[in-house]
Write a protein that binds this ligand. Structure first.
Ligand SMILES: [Zn+2]
Length: 353
């Protein structure tokens, strides 16, 4: 009996020492002192022993029970303090330490300029209208006074899609139209006029595509923003006023402008507004090709054929239309030396804005 108690003393002490959770300690307690525990069985068997041995063994067994209980309590306390320590070690927080700065994005320079120009037009009562980037040949060229044989089409070569052509019925005739990536946003004029009646003032921002050899001032993709104003009485004088207002708001009230004749198939007459070169202030440099001026703003009076394509009677309505190259304004305003940087996705460049 004594050797059994010695075994229990040794094994219980060992197990308690190795335990690492409160659950394990509870299992050890039950194993020795539960209803069928090893020590419990010994205590229960005492009554069958002769009196002297019963006293002796009983005393030993009770001592052992107290010893195991003490060991269990001590280990439990230890485990609690270890877990508190590890929590403190892992979750320690210095609230006075400066935080980790989160990187924040910002708007792309093209988006910034686009929003700036839109805000100027909002203030003049214009509405924003958007159109598709994948366009029908009819809208992109035919409806804009550029039939298949028109030389201006050559200047605007783009990506044609290998899809079967679409058949449309326009102005009482059947038109077969291929699909292409839009080369301008001007066709949204016709798309809008087909569904709306004048008077109205709209601007049409959008991305356009050209098959170009890229260089510092040419890209295959760029952002344009066309404008169109149709009313009973609208003239070139209104157009000049709008162009000057927009350029002064973008480049400052002192910017010098000039208006000269220009040719575009959608307008008659056509004009172009230039601003003085921002680099040399008219004394001549490589950016302005020594002319002192930079073209920024083509426009004119809406061609009667465009009104006809949209189903308007050109005798009843007058219109002015123009186009702003958003990318071009961005490179002028921020003095960016190469147009291709804008869509390069290079963060070293973009982080400067
Ligand atoms: Zn210059």
């Amino acid at each position: 009996m004594n050797s059994t108690l010695a075994k229990i003393r040794k094994s219980s002490a060992n197990e308690i020492k190795k335990s690492s959770t409160a659950e394990e300690l509870e299992k050890i307690r039950l194993q020795y002192m539960g209803r069928k525990g090893a020590l419990t069985l010994i205590l229960r068997a005492l009554k069958d022993l002769p009196e002297e041995r019963r006293r002796l063994i009983g005393q030993e067994a009770n001592y052992l029970r107290t010893a195991i209980e003490n060991l269990l309590a001590k280990r439990l306390k230890e485990l609690k303090s270890i877990s508190r320590e590890s929590v403190l070690r892992n979750e320690w927080l210095d609230i006075t330490r400066p935080g980790v700065k989160q990187a924040r994005g910002h708007l792309h320079p093209i988006t910034k300029i686009k929003r700036e120009i839109e805000a100027i037009f909002y203030s003049m009562g214009f509405e924003v209208v958007e159109g598709p980037e994948l366009e029908l040949e009819y809208y992109n060229f035919d409806s804009l006074n550029m039939p298949a044989t028109h030389p201006a089409r050559e200047m605007q070569d783009t990506w044609w899609l290998k899809l079967p052509p679409v058949t449309l019925k326009k102005q009482g005739r059947v038109v077969t139209s291929r699909l292409l990536m839009s080369t301008q946003v001007t066709q949204n004029q016709v798309r809008y006029m087909e569904k709306n009646n004048p008077p109205f003032r709209i601007i049409m921002p959008g991305t356009v595509f050209r098959r170009e050899a890229t260089d510092a001032s040419h890209e295959t993709q760029f952002t344009q923003m066309d404008g169109l104003m149709v009313d009973k009485k609208v003239s070139l004088a209104d157009l000049k006023g709008i162009m000057e207002t927009v350029l002064r708001r973008l480049f400052g009230p002192k910017i010098k402008t000039r208006l000269r004749a220009g040719y575009f198939p959608f307008v008659e007459p056509g004009v172009e507004m230039d601003i003085e070169c921002l680099y040399c202030r008219q004394s001549g440099c490589s950016v302005c090709k020594q002319s002192g001026w930079i073209e920024v703003f083509p426009g004119g009076v809406v061609h009667p054929n465009i009104f006809k394509a949209a189903g308007y009677n050109p005798k009843n309505w007058q219109g002015i239309a123009w186009d702003i190259g958003v990318d071009r304004i961005a490179i002028l305003k921020y003095k960016i030396p190469d147009l291709r940087l804008l869509r390069s996705g290079d963060l070293r460049f973009l982080k400067q804005f």
